[in-house]
Design a protein around this ligand. Structure first.
Ligand SMILES: Cc1ncc(COP(=O)(O)O)c(C=O)c1O
Length: 383
């Protein structure tokens, strides 16, 4: 178990922030790295041309350690939707085939497939919400011969339901279906390895469980797709980019690996160092340890919430870091505001209260949430 790491964050004592799935707080060392990078623009004469490459390559190397792959397989993207659009542009799908998504999948991993299906005459197939909370079985049942692409998360974002991606990856390979993953609600908090799962593309925005800034993320591209078509044609993607004096000697050759899929102006001198610093901290803590520590906190919370009439799927069907509490009576939409008045921060998504702690939370944070829920429940009964 990792001891509480609140000292690394700027969270006042009276704030209970249980909303990492919404956006994580930037830890102080990552904030410092970002500020230092932003300040560099004040002295552009100190910026060497090779720094347009070195910062990006450090991001790639660190992100590669997080996904268990090689740096050459990592592209730098601004959002999950950018990575999904890249995958949708490159994976083949034909009329009569289908693209598999989950019920209530996050829109950034839905709309691109909806459009691709419309453009190609394929159909969108939705794995229905499993009554028994077994999303893996729901996906395996839906993986029939018509599926050309499965576009999935590791954790279903409204329920916290966990998918067994190793089994799903195997099933996709057997079928010859492509596997595209949106890991935004899991990478950094739930162990994952491209070696075990073998996806074709996998994307994660940095600003949630990677504890990084907004507008930056990583895209893993399997070697077999690295000759594919990028969304943009940018000078820095090309093989001659390091020689600034010869950029107009246009070349059809790209830089190595997945670099052709980088977004334009990928060498962001503020966002990249902040994202790298946060990922290095995650690696030092170790993702399996993070999962276990945050999972223990959620376990306690789930038990206490059960006494108030809330339920959540049990592990391993639920991801340890992600608790979605439901109850028979509807959850008031204004609950987050009611809790925020007490400086307790959670989200309501669908019909659940989404409670997503991280290492900056302690058992006291859990107790404060439960005390608030108990008070609110009592107010409702007496009103
Ligand atoms: C599952 C999931 N994917 C992606 C995102 C963010 O998408 P994008 O980076 O395209 O804005 C979110 C944000 O809540 C999310 O929950």
């Amino acid at each position: 178990m990792i001891p509480c790491q609140r000292h690394l964050f700027d969270i006042p004592d009276d704030v209970t922030y249980l909303n990492c799935a919404y956006t994580s707080p930037l830890m102080k060392p990552a904030l410092d790295a970002g500020i230092a990078g932003f300040a560099r623009k004040a002295h552009p004469w100190e910026l060497a041309s090779d720094e347009y490459f070195s910062g990006s390559d450090e991001f790639r190397a660190t992100a590669a350690q997080i996904v268990g792959g090689s740096a050459d397989c990592i592209a730098i993207v601004p959002s999950a939707s950018y990575g999904i659009a890249t995958a949708a542009r490159n994976l083949p799908v034909k009329r009569g085939q289908s693209i598999l998504v989950l019920a209530e999948q996050f829109p950034s991993n839905y709309y691109a497939w909806q459009r691709r299906a419309e453009e190609t005459g394929a159909s969108l197939k939705v794995a229905t919400w499993p009554e028994d909370n077994d999303w893996t079985a729901a996906v395996l049942n839906a993986l029939t011969a018509d599926v050309a692409i499965a576009a999935l998360p590791h954790v279903q974002w409204t329920s916290g339901g966990r998918l067994d991606l190793v089994r799903i990856g195997e099933a996709c390979r057997k079928l010859g279906a492509g596997l595209v993953l949106d890991l935004t609600q899991s990478l950094g908090a739930l162990p994952f390895s491209v070696r075990d799962v073998q996806p074709d593309f996998a994307v994660a925005a940095s600003y949630k469980w990677l504890l990084g800034p907004y507008s930056i993320g990583l895209l893993y591209v399997a070697p077999k797709w690295q000759e594919g078509m990028a969304l943009e044609e940018n000078w820095i993607h090309r093989a001659n980019a390091r020689d600034f004096s010869s950029l107009i000697l246009y070349t059809r050759n790209y830089d190595a690996g997945a670099r052709r899929f980088d977004m334009g102006e990928r060498s962001n001198f503020a966002l990249l160092p902040a994202a790298v610093r946060a990922m290095k901290q995650l690696l030092e803590w170790d993702v399996a340890q993070i999962s276990e520590t945050v999972g223990a906190l959620n376990h306690q919370l789930a038990e206490a919430a059960a006494d108030l009439g809330f339920s959540a799927p049990a592990e391993p069907l639920r991801a340890p870091h992600y608790l979605a509490l439901r109850r028979k009576a509807a959850i008031p939409k204004e609950l987050p505001e009611m809790l925020a008045r007490e400086k307790v921060f959670v989200s309501v998504r669908g019909s659940s209260i989404r409670v997503t702690p991280h290492l900056y939370n302690s058992a006291e944070d859990g107790e404060r949430l439960i005390a608030c829920l108990r008070r609110i429940a009592a107010q409702k009964t007496t009103a």
